[in-house]
Ligand binder design. Structure first.
Ligand code: GLU
Length: 444
């Protein structure tokens, strides 16, 4: 039987990133290093906190980096050898936690940055986890489902010694989904000889997954947007215009929720480009169009825009929910949004921060704005360990409460230290992690 082709990216459940955004046009030819972007903000936060230099040196480096080579038999019968990583950044607050991404441009510096962001993110929402991230260099859009399954099983076997419910708990990220997590859980369980659901989150509901996990990141984006609009008196939700870059698990779900609650979503994109209607898009119809055509392009009554034009549209709220380094020193000055809510990890390069600050653009940074995903991952892990599962309402109510608390915790740091929301969020994440590091002290 011919191997079934992997579903098109628009139908997958990627996390914190939409679709295979490597095809998005970069606004700048300059190469940004995400780990350096992370460190630039970390250093500012550490300085403002007057962080103890010993703790500073500990938190600046990942605890452990594992590189694995993964021989996989392809459908053609040939063997291809892929490279995979798992970077464990910090364990002070609890087991390492963070997703796994599959993409051709995965690099160790990207995985390092993403791992550190998980440490700060988990601390910002105050879930008892540290930070980690995994990645495999591959082109999932060119691989069949059976090839992806073999790759996932081999990667899991290769990292099995360093993961586990009390060690390191992976989850979905770009180009991985509920099915990937089910394969990971099964492979890990086979090595243990019993079923271990809590080794990974983002699993299918019924297989140890949590209700509300799939929508958690997108809902979380809206929860913090709502607080920000009210707190800084930017606009009433029913009057706010919203532009969303990306239409997958983060952008698509956030846009649907925004529209359902009466915000006016004026533009949305996928990897190939976007659509714009200043009068507002009928999001239910856009999502139906996307599901059948696998692109937002060609949606009636809207004008086509490129992904970089989309970022510069007039709006109250801009939600970059695709991938890193979309807003840089090159285009930051042209951003017209009043509020940027980072659905993706690292969509703003560090060289854009000062420009946005000067323009008075408020940024809800990734480590706050997209933390809904890992928050419900935490709920999933708790449910797996209890063997008792919650209703969707309960999940969403608890999520809303935690996102709101995190938002006001960030605002408190901002007010106290007179810094941008991004640096305030870093300060909160670093401060909470540093506190645990000091309390635990050094082993040996
Ligand atoms: N990949 C998601 C993120 O970047 C979710 C991580 C998780 O649930 O562990 O936040």
């Amino acid at each position: 039987m011919a191997a079934k082709k992997a579903p098109k990216s628009s139908q997958r459940h990627e996390d914190a990133h939409d679709t295979s955004a490597e095809y998005l046009e970069a606004p700048s030819p300059a190469k940004h290093n995400p780990f350096e972007s992370m460190l630039a903000r970390f250093d500012k936060a550490a300085e403002k906190l007057q962080l103890d230099p010993d703790v500073y040196r500990i938190l600046r480096q990942p605890d452990r980096e594992l590189t694995v080579s993964l021989p996989v038999r392809m459908d053609s019968g040939r063997i291809e050898v892929f490279t995979g990583y798992r970077v464990q950044h910090n364990i002070a607050r609890g087991p390492y936690k963070g997703g796994i991404r599959y993409a051709p441009d995965v690099s160790i510096d990207e995985v390092r940055a993403l791992a550190a962001w998980m440490t700060w993110k988990c601390a910002v929402v105050d879930v008892p986890f540290g930070g980690a991230k995994g990645g495999v260099i591959c082109d999932p859009l060119k691989m069949s489902a059976t090839e992806l399954e073999r790759l996932t099983r081999r990667y899991t076997a290769a990292i099995a010694d360093i993961i586990g419910p009390d060690r390191d708990v992976p989850a979905p990220d770009m180009n991985t989904n509920e099915q990937t997590m089910a394969w990971l859980m099964d492979t890990y369980s086979m090595t243990k000889r019993y079923t271990v659901t809590a080794v990974v989150t983002g699993k299918p509901v019924g297989l140890g997954g949590s209700k509300g996990r799939r929508t958690a990141t997108g809902f979380g984006v809206e929860f913090v947007t709502r607080e920000a609009l009210a707190h800084w008196k930017i606009a009433k939700p029913q009057k706010a215009t919203v532009v969303v870059q990306g239409s997958g698990n983060v952008g698509g779900i956030a846009a649907e929720r925004f529209a359902a609650l009466g915000y006016k979503v004026v533009a949305i994109s996928d990897v190939n480009g976007g659509i714009y209607n200043p009068k507002g898009l009928d999001m239910a119809k856009v999502m139906a169009h996307l599901a059948s055509k696998r692109t937002v392009a060609g949606f009636g009554g809207a004008q086509a825009v490129t992904n970089s034009q989309l970022l510069e549209l007039p709006c109250d709220v801009l939600v970059p929910a695709a991938k890193e380094d979309q807003i840089t020193a090159v285009n930051a000055d042209r951003i017209q949004a009043k509020l940027i809510v980072e659905g993706a990890n690292g969509p703003t390069a560090a060289d854009a921060d000062a420009i946005l600050d000067r323009k008075g653009v408020i940024v809800l940074p990734d480590i706050l704005a997209n933390a809904g995903g890992v928050t419900v991952s935490y709920f999933e892990w708790v449910q797996d360990r209890q063997g008792y599962f919650w209703e969707e309402d309960e999940v969403n109510t608890k999520l809303a409460k935690m996102m709101k608390a995190a938002f006001y915790d960030v605002v408190a740091y901002q007010d106290r230290y007179k810094v941008s929301t991004r640096i305030a969020a870093y300060m909160l994440g670093v401060d909470r992690t540093a506190r645990f590091t000091r309390l635990r002290g050094l082993y040996a």
